[in-house]
Write a protein that binds this ligand. Sequence first.
Ligand code: UDP
Length: 245
Amino acid sequence: MTVDVVGIPVQNVTMEEAVRDAAAFLDGAEPKIIVTPNAEILQLCVEDARIKEIIRGADYIIPDGIGVVRAAKMLGTPMKGKVAGCELGWNLLPEITRRGKRLFLLGAKPGVAQAAADKMKAQYPDLIICGVRDGYFKEDDEVIESIRAARADALYVCLGVPKQEKWMVKHRDRLGVKLMIGLGGSLDVYAGNIKRAPKLFIKLGLEWLYRLIKEPWRIKRMMKLPVFFVSVRKYKKERKRGETE
Ligand code: UDP
């Protein structure tokens, strides 16, 4: 079941359900794309029709953040809760391991993907990481070839938004993978370069505040949050009048 948030069909699922669905994609025939938009990214979709189409082109869209969940509630269609992309990527590891599937990590600065792979292997020694590659490449073809040659089943694409979404949609049929997930800065988190907020912040819905204290340059992006709620209210009114599709 999905919930319409400013024209984007967002999955109304718990973390367990998202892990189950993502794992099922690994066993499927077609390459599937999972995207993990937060409120800032949904606001980008409101502002840019091309980005909206790319996000809508994904097979499975999860609510990464409390802002998306609040928006769903404002629209009269409350959701089960947020499903953080970064956590989904981690929680999927035992499923990938159990199935004997092969994971490729793409993105972040040189060395980060390998450090993330090391952390993953430390917790799941039987996990097959068939390749890693940093996210600062010029030629797509060469990267696509290394993913194909590694015979990857799952691909974590961590190039930042909207670059990673564009990349996944553009190359989905050439990669030979079953599942791709756009995970932004998650490799930095897995590698231990960025600490997640303390549990109390997360519980109070204040993870954004913690991140702002740690990375003050994010203020410009975060200013999109109040703007997003204005968009949500506007969308609600338009929908009432039957102006949205
Ligand atoms: N990145 C990359 N290639 C690029 C630009 C960015 O691999 O050309 C990486 C960057 O190093 C970081 C991630 O993409 O690891 C983006 O992180 P951020 O937290 O900004 O993600 P977002 O908030 O966009 O999900």
